[in-house]
Design a protein around this ligand. Structure first.
Ligand code: FAD
Length: 404
């Protein structure tokens, strides 16, 4: 039994355990994770790791000896299958029962699968874990025809790497533009053009109706009847939060597990953090789940503080990045419920930014190879001051100088 059990051994778990020790937490801590690896970084999976530019050992979030030094027990290769809230015990896949004083749920999400015929054929891959990328790489033959279902960040990063490796790549996006859920039309258009210029066949408003093949996939059928030949299909259509054991234990989980600003669930002995936590977000003005390193790290810290008795509500500015070809996108704030979109610079070449305004204030920004705007915009968004839109749209004026 442990004073603290963290379920899930990912980014949020690693941060929370570290912050507990940094804050002087003296009790016992265990992290239980269903993957074999100690906590590692996921962002490089669709970037340097897929490209073969970084090996698995260099994905680790902490050196292997760190966990021992900090007296954190790492129980990997085991899944929590049930939570008994009355007894405060967990059941693991190997049948073991583990007691907890406080439970921190940090289980992330699993890739959503296609529901159409053929979804289970061999040659259909997801992008979430080291094992997923290893399986994909083992399946890729030179010049493979790869169809990526989903034009979100993970699908697009994967497309960029596979193109650079010489594969034939098609991206199918069901919406009428790429990245529709997270960004605005000018940024979507920029990425469609960027990928097409690199030889990716980007198809918008493309609905997959079936995967074809006998045993192994050999084609993707669209609802307009067209068929695209494929040696490999990669599905990048979002994640489902891993919260079933908590839902079965009676905690509300409409889309992730409901937590308050201190990362507490309705059960005083259970907290939740990271991709699986439906939390009140000041920047969204409502409860949302965020899927980002920033959110996992900052909520890991908040949960540790809550346990240490320091009540520091979650209020961090959301930020995110994506690397595709030689373009680094950095986003801050949440591009939702905006009233005005300002393009700063020339969208035909990276080095521009897109600003999102509400009530005359900057609420979010997407920066394309424009780290300077990113840094200055973060302060503007958190400052919440009125800005001069005409000056903000002028790239010759520094962003920090556009407060009205
Ligand atoms: P995870 O890191 O997913 O960790 C959860 C762990 O819990 C997993 O190992 C899971 O298998 C395990 N688990 C699940 N259920 C159980 C159970 N019942 N028992 C035990 N263990 C369980 N974010 C960015 O900000 N920038 C990026 O560029 C970026 N790129 C990304 C690229 C890829 C390919 C992926 C997949 C994600 C990317 N992200 C990026 C998102 C970021 O990696 C996640 O937001 C972050 O990892 C979330 O951390 P987490 O700890 O909540 O979940």
């Amino acid at each position: 039994d442990y004073d603290i059990v963290i379920a899930g051994a990912g980014q949020a778990a690693a941060q929370c355990a570290q912050s507990l020790r940094q804050g002087g937490f003296p009790g016992s801590i265990a992290i239980i994770g269903d993957e074999d690896a100690a906590p590692y970084e996921r962002p490089p999976l669709s970037k340097e790791y897929l490209a073969g530019k970084r090996d698995a050992a260099r994905l680790a979030l902490r050196k292997p000896e760190y966990w021992q030094e900090k007296q954190v027990s790492l129980l990997t290769g085991r899944r929590v299958t049930a939570v008994d809230r009355a007894e405060r015990t967990l059941t693991l896949t190997d049948g073991a029962r583990v007691g907890y004083g406080k439970l921190i749920w940090a289980t992330g999400g699993r890739p959503r699968r296609l529901s159409c015929p053929g979804a289970g054929l061999a040659g259909v891959h997801a992008i979430r874990t080291i094992a997923d990328i290893d399986a994909l790489k083992a399946d890729l033959v030179p010049g493979a025809r790869v169809v990526i279902v989903g034009g979100g960040y993970i699908g697009l990063e994967t497309a960029a790497v596979l193109r650079a490796m010489g594969h034939e790549v098609t991206v199918l996006e069901a919406q009428e533009r790429l990245l529709a859920r997270v960004t605005s039309p000018p940024v979507s258009a920029f990425y469609a053009e960027l990928h097409r210029r690199h030889g990716v066949d980007v198809r918008l408003s493309a609905q997959v109706s079936a995967l074809r093949g006998e045993g192994r996939v050999n084609g993707v059928e669209l609802s307009d009847g067209s068929l695209i030949q494929a040696d490999i299909v990669i599905v990048g259509i979002g994640i489902i939060p891993n919260v079933e054991p908590l839902a079965l234990a009676g905690l509300p989980c409409p889309n992730g597990v409901v937590v308050d600003a201190l990362c507490r669930t309705q059960d005083p002995h259970i907290l939740a953090i990271g991709d699986c936590a439906l939390h009140p977000n000041a920047f969204a003005g409502r409860a949302i789940r965020l899927e980002s390193v920033q959110n996992a790290v900052d909520q890991g810290k908040v949960a540790a503080d809550t346990i240490l008795g320091l009540e520091k509500p979650y209020a961090a500015l959301p930020w995110f990045w994506s690397d595709q070809y030689d373009v680094k996108m950095q986003a801050a704030g949440l591009a939702m419920d905006y009233e005005q979109v300002l393009v700063r610079g020339d969208t035909t070449a990276p080095g521009f930014s897109v600003l999102y305004l509400r009530d005359g204030r900057l609420i979010a920004i997407d920066c394309l190879n424009n780290a300077r705007d990113f840094i200055q915009a973060k302060a503007l968004i958190t400052g919440g001051k009125l800005i001069d839109a005409a000056r903000a749209a002028d790239p010759s004026v520094e962003l920090k100088a556009v407060i009205d």
